[in-house]
Ligand binder design. Structure first.
Ligand code: ADP
Ligand code: MG
Length: 253
């Protein structure tokens, strides 16, 4: 038996991942170790190719590590589990399903009856600001709205851990800021633990309790920066600027 209260929510312990391809061997991750407490918001930034997506796939149990172990609530990850929500840059919505059908997909698979499902879907659509769009199809939605649907779908089965891989990378700047504010509201309302990959340093400083800065070749942690600032955070604060410059410097060094 593991005592949940003493365990970090996520422990990434000595993770390495090598890919052997006909072109040669790639060390996508090397000796990556960090932990995340329950309810923390952690951002991962780093250049393209520094292993961020690979790390998420390993945490989610979608692929094995070459070395090391990931623990969720003290238990080693051995394959895909139901206990986390995934949101990617590409929305991965089912085009033939309505918004409501997309959000309710996981509940349907769990065998939740249609009345309870509808109730939960309505709550979620309100939470992400999409009430009124239940019967729309993905093709009729903007990028920002599709990403809200993807978030509602990830939240539907009530996971306490969310993994978000560049979720706002494909939306315009103004929509991105709105989505960031909404995500922070949802995070403080629900107490979820969030791991969030971004290549946008400003986004990381705005959102995170901790920013994990990655470097590439091999993919590894360069430094972990704790962001000790009250929320809401303003880009125009000097302190915000200091964190921004420091993290950008780490990425470019
Ligand atoms: P990031 O998300 O930070 O851009 P990735 O995790 O996608 O980085 O990739 C890290 C490294 O691993 C890159 O060099 C990439 O080419 C390589 N890589 C990722 N997936 C595979 C795979 N399935 N086969 C071979 N190489 C891969
Ligand atoms: Mg990636």
């Amino acid at each position: 038996m593991t005592d949940e209260t003493l365990q970090p929510r996520v422990l990434v312990d000595g993770i390495g991942r090598r890919y052997d391809t006909p072109q040669g061997s790639v060390q996508a991750l090397q000796d990556v170790t960090f932990d995340v407490s329950a309810g923390e918001f952690v951002c991962i930034v780093g250049p393209s190719g520094s292993g961020k997506t690979t790390l998420f796939r390993i945490i989610a149990g979608l692929e094995p590590a070459t070395t090391g172990t990931v623990y969720l609530g003290g238990d080693p990850v051995e394959g895909p589990g139901p206990e986390l929500g995934l949101v990617f840059q590409e929305y991965h919505l089912f085009p033939w399903r309505t918004v409501s059908g997309n959000v309710g997909f996981g509940l349907e698979k769990q065998g939740v009856n249609s009345e309870r499902r509808q109730q939960r879907v309505d709550e979620l659509l309100e939470l992400v600001g999409l009430d009124g769009f239940a019967d729309s199809y993905p093709r009729d939605l903007s990028g920002g709205m599709k990403q809200r649907v993807a978030l509602a779908r990830a939240l539907a089965v009530n996971p306490d851990l969310l993994l978000m891989d560049e979720p706002f990378g494909a939306v315009d700047a103004q929509t991105k800021r709105m989505l960031q504010d909404e995500l922070l509201d949802i995070w403080s309302e629900t107490g979820k633990t969030i791991l969030f990959v971004t290549h946008d340093v400003e986004e990381a400083v705005k959102l995170a309790d901790q920013v994990i800065v990655m470097a590439s070749e091999p993919g590894r942690i360069r430094e972990i920066v704790e962001v000790d600032m009250d929320r809401p955070r303003s880009r125009s604060d000097a302190e915000f600027g200091d964190y921004y410059e420091r993290i950008l410097g780490l990425i470019q060094s």
